[in-house]
Design a protein around this ligand. Sequence first.
Ligand SMILES: [Zn+2]
Length: 357
Amino acid sequence: MSKTSVVVPDAFFQEIPKVDIHCHLYGTIRESTLKEFACASNAPLSQSEIGDFYVRGEKPRGVLHAFRFMEEFILDSADRLYRLTYECLEDMAAETVRYTELFWNSTGTLKHHPGLSFELAQSAITKAMSDAGIAFGIESRLIHAIDRQAQAEDAVSMVELMMRHRDPLAVGMGIDYLETDHPPEGFWKSFQMAREAGFRTTAHAGEFGCHWRNIETAIKLLQVDRLDHCYTILDNEDLIQECIARDLVITVVPTNSYYMRTLAREKWADKHPIRQMARRGLRIHPNTDDPTFHNITPALVWKMMHEDFGYSLQDLRSFMVNGLDGAWIDADRRRLWKAEQLAGFDAALSRHKLIAA
Ligand SMILES: [Zn+2]
């Protein structure tokens, strides 16, 4: 896994088939769309203040303030959720993303807009997924996401709605938003309910420098099928080995705001936990998280894994397999897509006269 000196053209990262299984729907909104919605809603922020959501400074803050603004003032109708989802998938397909699982935090949105029902909102998103699949050839699924800053009972209510309004494209549940002071254990009941109802589960844990205990809790108490972030797992070798033994895939985010904010820029790439995670044996897969607010694209995420964290093209190929193993698809599709996407990866290698070493 030594850093390669081969210059890989941007076109390679663009062309390789990709899956993105850690992406928040609200973090994909185009700046032009958000400004248009805000204008039509008389939302209490100027166009320039909305533009500031998309400015990624040297020490970027997180995106929660943008999400809260969208929940309260912007995403008040099924039509807007449809358009947001459709445009997200159009943008991903343009970057050769073949499959994505999108997190949707319904709790805050529905609380602010009681006229918008869970059922209507969910079906707008999944209708957009079906339509975008036909239009752009991208497959997608929905992950219901717990707002960990809300109450544990809000999460239980969300799972009850997931069960009552079961949608074949809504396959799983996760937990996100601010992890600091919001550990996962209080949400055990919703995870148990979701699991017993047949939903797959994942959890954001160890994201903001939070203690590795949150990762242990996600694995052992919540019994998740995969994990998101998990950077502080590096502080506990036993937990690393547990994760490896359980063959858990960890989605990672190269543009994670916390490490950009807290690590000195000149040391960022060397000190970043992602650099160590695969080298310590963990099965990682790189993702966009909040692509428009992070000023990132799926292709650039893969480029960062190579150029910033020194992973070889062979490593990237193994990350592609990890993503497909972590994806919530059936075994036949997994086998087929692995063959197709690895062939696509190898074809891109040969087009650009590169060797995966
Ligand atoms: Zn995330």
